[in-house]
Design a protein. Structure first.
Length: 166
């Protein structure tokens, strides 16, 4: 009987920023090397300038990561550019203990199961695979089957957000 010694070879890591508009079934995944505030700020600028240039206001629902703040815009861009970008964005943060509310996390889960369920050798291949997945999902306008109600949210958030009516 022969024995084989398996040696894990890491090919690096990447960070996916997910843009998702659930009502239309549109999404975009931007793959970056890391996730510093400058990369997040670039994503917000892309959202304003490329994806929704004619929008008066863009509602952004996101997690509470410390790099996801309007301050990052001012640390990345000149003040006038940061202000122009920030004025078009309306931020809504998911509750600290209620990340299940974030539909982007559902999209990330689908991406992981449908596209990233194997070893991918390099960043270029990763970007190609994600772009193909994104194109297919967008072509079908695939949305999230959101089944939670306001009453469900009140029950689930009762512990993180206790009532003080008593």
């Amino acid at each position: 009987m022969q024995r084989y010694d398996y040696e894990y070879e890491r090919n690096g890591t990447r960070n996916p920023f997910v843009f998702f508009e659930p009502l239309t079934g549109w999404r975009h995944v931007k793959v970056t090397h890391r996730r510093p505030k400058q990369d997040w700020a670039q994503c917000m600028k892309q959202l304003v300038d490329e994806f929704y240039p004619d929008a008066k206001q863009i509602r952004v629902v996101q997690d509470n990561l410390n790099t996801h703040t309007p301050v990052a815009l001012y640390e990345t861009f000149e003040a006038a550019e940061a202000r122009r970008t920030a004025q078009k964005l309306e931020f809504h943060y998911t509750p600290k203990h209620g990340s299940w509310l974030n539909m982007a996390e559902i999209e990330l889960s689908v991406l992981t199961r449908q596209c990233l369920d194997r070893r991918i050798p390099d960043a270029a291949t990763l970007r190609r695979e994600i772009a193909a997945w994104e194109h297919a999902r967008n072509a079908h306008a695939t949305s999230v089957n959101w089944q939670s109600t306001a009453d469900d949210a009140r029950i689930k958030l009762a512990q993180p957000y206790p009532s003080f009516d008593d």
